[in-house]
Design a protein. Sequence first.
Length: 271
Amino acid sequence: MEKINLFLFIVFINISVDAQVGINQDSPTSTLDIVVNPNNEYALKVYNSKKDLVFNINRDGNIGFDVENSNVLLGLNPDDGAIGIGNSYLTASEAGSGAIKYSKTDQLLYYSDGLTWSSISSKVLPLYTVANIENSTVVFPTDIKTQVTGFVVQYENNNAFVDGVFTAPRDGSYIFSYNLGFNLTSVLAGSYIEMELSILPSSNDTGVPRMLSLKSRKTYYVTANNMEPFAAITTTATLKAGEKVIPYVYHNLGSTISLNPSACSISIVEN
């Protein structure tokens, strides 16, 4: 019986002189060339050690994993048919339209439209940061732009905010709200105080670096001896992963001013 089976197997396999193997194919044109018998449902079936069908290709060319005779190009068992997708360093145009990749860096799935990679979905919670200034020793001389530091984080679900400098963990839109109050001081007529958020490019940005500043100004039209200046800004910024947002204050009120910690707060929320 074994000799008969071996004979039948050889009948249906043709090996050319170029080491091309044909199954039901007299003139193979590739290393392995298979023509499905129209009387058979499958071109290939693979079983595990328990004799369960785990992989198959049917006569229509549809592939099934734990699915018999798949009706679609790729069929998966609905109970445990997970697909693992890895990262790709190809550009969107190199990968081609319809390609999918997963980035471990920002934990997002991306798809290619042939031109750009765009995120599909994510289980990552929207980023948020809430901070204030509890005991600031930073002073702000007149006519000088000074960086604001001394923030203490109250709540956050990320590590993107360090001493006032926010680093975008991923591409996206972020809402910034800064409110800074200052101690009593005198102000000159026509002077102003300005809140500025400077956006710096990421260190690995190979394109043209951008320096973008978002500003909000408060002007004092008359001279006063006992004023409590304030600087505030609420704005939305679209950032690339790795870009930094740094807060500054500039004023020309005429004298050095200092922060009033009880009147300072910020919040950053991912849109």
